[in-house]
Design a protein around this ligand. Structure first.
Ligand code: ATP
Ligand code: MG
Ligand code: MG
Ligand code: MG
Length: 477
């Protein structure tokens, strides 16, 4: 028989018809009521077995976690909180589950515990909801750009360039060849490791996206990026996904508008298409909040927080204004910041970003015109000679979610800046060619996809919004 999805059955009123479902047992009560989940929805469907007419050996094998196929009649349910159930005619065990050893018992497990069994946590309601929202957000990103005529450009994973110059790259190695190139003292010569060349895993697709933007006008890339983050924060992964649009003829204001539109579009899309999942996550968060003292509880629930973000224009502030606000803040004067803000020029830490968003403006903030010395070489210099046309978008609970800029399109200034920052111009001839041959103003940004998923799901640890987190301690599978 054709398998019906539980999500569809729960909405059906075709009582009396015969249906077949396949899924995993969540609970089995009184040798009679099986709650089955097939992943199509967070909700389970109840299957009622006639235990008087069912083989004892079979009943014993219906344990939490087991995979079953059930055929039976769809009937109206009299039980509380459910509308339909299945009166089983035939129950078949597709895969047994060792109940003693199965770590996912029918109770609430902590996220810490679930992180330790990341290979099984897909089977929980929380991760069902989180990864469905993640899926919807990814789909919405493509839809947003496609609807606006952007071309999805796949930029390379293996690259010779370091876009950020932050020295956080993973080297690509051909060790499996058995005979890697060696230096005179016997060490592996990474300079020649990719068939005679030094390469890394990409930290950003931006530079390559710029090449395409200077021909297609509007492009974006959305792929995995890699950074050797050895810091173990709740906001950094060694492998994360980034959305990077790059648009010819855009300036910094166009860039801010595009980023704000994108964020609002994808959040709205998730709210419209993942209502069940977000309702579940909202309730989950409310329960968590109840554990906290009254004064630390957040005023808005998850959905209110998302709606607030949609309904309000992001605050646009310059770095210089932000430094003044931070310098004069109580938190700074009472030395509550770990890093005190004393001078113009300091890089902002996430505590400062969150202060601006959560305490001062109480809404998402776009910070612009940062000092050039704390930003990458490719940003457009302002006339003041000190700042660049950078923008970071800061979100409540997250800190930086977007980093972007208008790019330096003037060849001479770009070359000078590269020289100052010791970036070898010869190796970057392909990048500089865009400035030699028909240079034009252009702008783009990088949106960290996991930080977006964190915000929309209300989760607080980045390891809980990516199916297979890569951090210094996580790389088994
Ligand atoms: P941060 O200051 O948080 O380290 P960054 O300034 O180094 O971020 P960018 O180079 O501006 O990051 O990258 C663009 C976006 O990618 C960031 O705004 C953030 O959303 C995301 N991002 C950067 N590093 C990571 C990481 N290690 N894990 C997850 N997302 C990241
Ligand atoms: Mg960083
Ligand atoms: Mg940053
Ligand atoms: Mg940044």
């Amino acid at each position: 028989a054709k398998r019906a999805k539980i999500k569809e059955l729960l909405k059906s009123t075709a009582f009396g018809t015969e249906v077949t479902i396949k899924g995993w047992v969540r609970t089995f009560r009184n040798s009679q009521f099986i709650a089955i989940n097939d992943g199509s929805t967070i909700s389970n469907i109840q299957v009622v077995v006639d235990f008087n007419n069912t083989d004892d050996a079979l009943l014993k094998r219906i344990t939490t976690g087991a995979a079953l196929s059930v055929t039976g009649e769809l009937v109206e349910s009299l039980g509380k909180g459910q509308t339909v159930e299945i009166k089983a005619k035939q129950v078949e065990i597709l895969g047994d589950c060792d109940a003693e050893k199965f770590p996912l018992q029918p109770k609430k497990h902590s996220l810490e515990f679930l992180r330790e069994i990341a290979h099984l946590r897909f089977r929980t309601n929380t991760f069902n909801a989180v990864f469905k929202v993640r899926h919807a957000l990814a789909f919405a990103v493509h839809k947003f750009f496609n609807d606006r005529g952007f071309v999805y450009m796949h930029t390379p994973i293996i690259t010779g360039s370091d876009a950020e110059g932050a020295g956080e790259m993973f080297r690509v190695s051909t060790l499996e060849l058995g005979n890697p190139p060696r230096t005179d003292d016997g060490a592996i010569n990474f300079k020649e490791d990719f068939f005679g060349k030094e390469t890394n895993l990409t930290v950003s697709g931006q530079l390559e996206a710029e090449l395409a933007a200077m021909a297609f006008g509007e492009v974006y890339t959305f792929g995995p990026t890699f950074r050797a983050e050895n810091s173990n924060t709740t906001r950094h992964l060694a492998e994360f996904w980034m959305i990077e649009p790059e648009v010819a003829f855009n300036d910094l204001v166009d860039n801010m508008d595009l980023a704000e539109d994108l964020l609002k579009y994808v959040i709205k899309y998730a709210m419209e298409n993942c209502a069940e999942e977000l309702e579940f996550l909202k309730t989950r968060l409310l329960e968590e909040e109840k554990q906290k003292p009254q004064t630390e509880r957040s005023e808005l629930d998850l959905l209110a927080k998302l709606n607030f973000c949609l309904d309000n224009e992001f605050e646009r502030v310059t770095y210089t204004e932000a430094i003044e606000i931070l310098k004069n803040s109580k938190a700074n004067q009472k030395k509550q910041f770990k890093y005190l803000i004393e001078d113009w020029g300091a890089d902002l830490q996430s505590e400062h970003e969150r202060y601006l968003v959560e305490k001062h403006f109480k809404k998402p903030v776009i910070l612009t015109d940062y000092p050039k010395d704390i930003k990458a070489f490719y940003m457009r210099q302002n006339e003041d000679g000190k700042t660049v046309r950078a923008m970071d978008i800061l979100f409540p609970g997250i800190g930086e979610i977007v980093g972007g800029s208008q790019r330096e399109e003037r060849l001479e200034l770009l070359e000078k800046r590269m020289q100052e920052m010791h970036i070898p111009a010869e190796e970057m001839y392909w990048y500089l060619d865009t400035r030699r041959f028909g240079s034009a103003p252009h702008a783009g940004f990088g949106l960290g996809f996991e930080r977006l998923v964190l915000f929309v799901t209300g989760m607080t640890n980045i390891r809980d919004v990516i199916p297979f987190p890569r951090t210094p301690k996580n790389a088994e599978f």
